[in-house]
Design a protein around this ligand. Sequence first.
Ligand SMILES: [Zn+2]
Length: 94
Amino acid sequence: MLQSRLSVERRKEAEKNLKCPICSRKVGEQGYCRLHAEVYEVVIKKYDRWKKATEMSWKEYLREIAKNPLTGEWAREVAQYLIEVEGQKNVKNS
Ligand SMILES: [Zn+2]
């Protein structure tokens, strides 16, 4: 019981100190700053629609966003960050 309380406190502490992994601004609830969190939501929602229409993989979708000249700078930053995260996951798995 004591342990779980401690870990909750530690998590809260970490959240307080954490910076947005993309722009180093202070993070909100989702681990991103407010602006990147908003863009992240949009990216996720759009992918739901894309998936149904195109069967595109998450990575392919992110690459599309990152290279699309019509994508806003914020969305491109989020996509590039997520591609990096995906890359790290693959390294760990292999
Ligand atoms: Zn940010």
